[in-house]
Write a protein that binds this ligand. Structure first.
Ligand code: BGC
Length: 803
């Protein structure tokens, strides 16, 4: 071998060795800082029961005596106070941060913990205080289904996405879904569910809109509160997220939302305010972004002045995962718990306490709140979990709730379909239904019922010719049909290629099938925003597929039904004239196909209404001028670069900062004020029956307006109606929306000709607006118009009242 070659190889070997050492060293360094750094803080599970004077308790600190904090008969306050006195300052600081991302990444020792649970409240072994488990998320538990050396599976139920649940406008139903989620969490030993999401759907392209309820804060607030009350009735907590103004994924860890005080109060904070007042959740999760220059997790104004002092929130504020920058500033501002926790944060807290930048008083305030949560948890009660959730019952809850949240957008004498007909399923998503979005809103469910299976279950015949086309397409593109797994599944939405049908294929199918059901699917999630082309708009292939299907089936006098299996708003106005019916199925969780089949077969009469506007063009939204339209997604490094200072002249609009120029004019508030045509308005949704509105009566007593109205089922099918109350001040002197949702109710199932009187109460204080000049809520006197409607643009009865 030549000398120079030998030398070259030696250098190469040396460089490779160096790189290996750096990689190994780097891995161990990161592991010790981010994943696992708890040292001796290992949960003490060897607790003895002791009986003193006839009372049996767990002797958590092993001193053979009954301490106040060990005594269930004492008040939470007394127990927390006792614990606080017994804890050392080291133990207190320790509990302010989680144990790292190890558990969230499934890196737990066999038999220990809950692999996949995103975070924990760390244990205090000396005092026998247990570990508290926090797990995503808004559509069900995101825990690992498999565990090392364990044959058992730990699947969770994929419930419908939040947007679908909001579309039910049924708070009782949403509570029952919450109840099932709470029971499942309890069975799996999860103490706090990281959800629901309560951010406002400011723009249709936010990749996480599916985790949120609505463009309207009133609907968000009451649906959210119903969910929380349902979950928490089981002794399981929630973490309402992401507080606040977290409306884009682009540069989410560093972006600065520049929002007027009025828009904050009336739109972005309002849903959270209702939630706090109606359900007092165990925890609230602060968001990643800044608001008007300050990270929300470091904002005393948001976390202490508004949330606690004004609204009366009593629980714990948890940071979003690695959110914020300055750990001591977060604690002092009122962000009590840093998740998932890092060694950097732990060190920073110790140092800040030592040098006087973090006071013992501030530490005590945060620790007190965390201890209250621990004391009130079922775990502290000695509760042992079964790992046996009732997945069958929860699947039933999923199917029922999803059926009630699917919105019938169009129906020209085609639905329900006659029983047992032969249906041609067109489009890949019909066979590969999407249960929910990706990211932390994802769930590891055991199965997903596709549309095909659902229709088959309800007695429809699945057209074999259409199926064969799908099968051969899948075979040809086998690699693209492999679903991403693990971390990949979190951030890469599964998106198999669409089928390009030939004219002949479609005509053959139309000949033998009785009707076509064409599914359009979309999937998005945490870490990326959506875009217009090939996402909000139909793709060229989808347009072509729709045209061919409609032409071939209409030619034979047969119907075409479009099913939208999507998580966020889609453009519809350009193509909605073509099919005979459109069902917005959303992403209905693991039973989605069964739920769609319930509607298509008429087993369930649709009663859902849109919780947001479907615009004609995305640019019709006032927020469109100030939203990142490029769909750039975040990288793992973004997570670690919170606090990065970008010089002012290098800041990129809509990435480093986003100006909420539209103020309070979000969604229908904007479309209605400016009289802009929409494709489908807020609150819209069809039924297989009709409803009449009668006998509107407004009364005012004790600063509350009562609206009474009678709803009659004037059609020929059993069904439910959503009654919506929109209020405006007809004599206003300031700039206000011409319609704002201030009340809603859903009727029971009404038989044909049956009537139901609905009563809705609206406190006069809810008619106030935020006066930026005064810096407070203000009530304008004058004439208030109450519009009672079946949608925001289908007002049936109106009356006025002087205030
Ligand atoms: C998300 C949160 C989630 C957390 C834990 C974050 O990236 O923004 O919504 O609860 O991760 O998984």
């Amino acid at each position: 071998m030549k000398k120079s070659l030998k030398k070259g190889l030696k250098i190469l070997a040396f460089v490779l060795l160096l790189l290996l050492l750096v990689a190994v060293g780097g891995w161990f360094y990161l592991k010790s800082k981010l994943l696992n750094f708890e040292g001796n803080y290992v949960e003490n599970t060897e607790l003895n029961e002791v009986t003193i004077a006839g009372f049996t308790f767990l002797d958590r600190n092993g001193n053979g005596e009954l301490d106040v904090y060990e005594d269930k008969r004492k008040t939470t306050t007394a127990r927390v106070t006792d614990l606080l006195v017994q804890m050392t300052i080291e133990e207190k600081i320790h509990v302010l941060k989680g144990a790292g991302l190890g558990s969230g990444m499934g890196m737990t020792d066999p038999g220990v913990g809950i692999p996949g649970a995103a975070g924990v409240i760390v244990p205090t072994p000396r005092l026998g205080i247990p570990t508290i488990y926090l797990s995503d998320g808004p559509a069900g538990l995101r825990i690992e289904p498999f565990r090392e050396n364990d044959k058992k599976t730990y699947y969770a139920t994929a419930f419908p996405i939040a947007t679908l649940l909001a579309s039910t406008w049924n708070t009782d139903l949403v509570s029952s879904v919450g109840d099932a989620m709470g029971k499942e969490a309890l069975a799996y030993g999860v103490d706090v569910i990281l959800g629901p999401g309560a951010n406002i759907q400011r723009h249709p392209f936010n990749g996480r809109n599916f985790e949120y309820y609505s463009e309207d804060p009133f609907l968000t607030g009451f649906i959210g509160a119903a969910m929380i009350n349902g979950i928490e009735a089981n002794g399981v907590g929630t973490s309402v997220k992401h507080y606040v103004a977290n409306n884009q994924e682009t540069n989410r860890n560093n972006t600065n939302a520049i929002v007027s005080e009025r828009a904050m109060r009336e739109i972005y904070l309002k849903g959270f305010e209702i939630i706090v007042k109606e359900s007092q959740p165990w925890t609230i999760m602060s968001s990643y972004n800044k608001v008007n220059g300050t990270y929300t997790s470091e904002s005393k104004e948001l976390l202490t002045d508004i949330l606690r002092d004004e609204w009366g929130f009593k629980g714990v504020v948890v940071s979003d995962w690695f959110g914020g920058f300055d750990a001591p500033a977060q604690i002092s501002a009122g962000n009590d718990l840093l998740e998932p926790g890092t060694k950097f944060q732990w060190d920073a807290l110790i140092e800040a306490h030592e040098n006087g930048n973090l006071t013992t008083e501030d530490i005590d305030i945060a620790v007190r709140r965390i201890l209250r949560l621990i004391i009130e948890s079922r775990k502290m009660d000695g509760y042992t979990y079964s790992n046996e959730p009732d997945l069958v019952a929860h699947a039933k809850t999923t199917e029922e709730s999803a059926s009630e949240g699917m919105v019938l957008l169009k129906n020209e004498n085609s639905l329900p379909l006659p029983k047992g007909v032969n249906v041609a399923l067109i489009g890949v998503t019909s066979y590969d239904f999407i249960a929910g979005g990706t990211g932390s809103g994802d769930v590891n469910e055991a199965y997903t019922i596709s549309l095909e299976q659902g229709l088959d279950n309800k007695g429809f015949k699945i057209n074999k010719e259409a199926r064969a086309i799908y099968e051969s397409h899948k075979k040809t593109n086998a690699k693209k049909f492999v679903k991403p797994e693990g971390m990949n599944a979190m951030f890469v939405p599964y998106n198999p290629p669409q089928i390009e049908y030939t004219q002949d294929q479609m005509e053959n199918v139309a000949m033998v099938a009785d009707a076509a059901i064409l599914t359009i699917g979309r999937n998005s999630g945490e870490g990326g925003d959506r875009v217009e082309v090939d996402d909000f708009l139909l793709t060229a292939t989808e347009n072509e597929m729709l045209k061919k299907t409609v032409a071939a089936f209409h030619e034979k006098g047969k119907k075409v039904i479009v099913v939208l299996n999507i998580g966020g708003v889609l453009e519809t106005s350009a193509w909605k004239d073509q099919p005979d019916a459109i069902l917005l199925a959303w992403q209905g969780g693991q039973e989605g196909g069964n739920s769609v089949a319930n509607i298509l077969s008429g087993n369930v009469n649709p009663s859902a209404k849109l919780p947001m506007t479907f615009p004609v063009r995305v640019s019709d939204h006032a927020s469109n001028k100030n939203f990142p339209l490029g769909g750039s997604s975040f990288g793992m490094t973004d997570v670690l670069t919170s606090g990065k200072i970008v010089p002012k002249d290098e800041q990129v609009r809509n990435e480093d900062y986003t100006i909420y120029e539209e103020g309070i004019y979000v969604g229908y508030r904007h479309f209605d004020k400016n009289n802009i045509a929409v494709s489908y308005p807020f609150g819209y949704g069809l039924s297989y029956t009709d409803f009449e509105y009668e006998a509107l009566n407004l009364t005012s007593e004790n600063d509350t307006i009562t609206i009474a109205v009678t709803i009659k089922n004037s059609g020929d099918k059993v069904g439910k109606e959503v009654v919506q109350i929109y209020v405006s001040n007809s004599s206003t002197l300031i700039d206000r929306p011409i319609k704002e949702l201030k009340g809603f109710a859903k009727t029971q199932n009404l038989e044909p000709d049956q009537t139901q009187e609905i009563q809705i109460k609206i406190p006069v204080s809810e008619l106030r607006y935020w006066d930026d000049q005064k810096g407070g809520w203000a009530l304008e006197r004058g004439t208030y118009k109450f519009q009672v409607g079946s949608s925001s643009r289908d007002i049936r009865l109106t009356d006025e009242i002087e205030i």
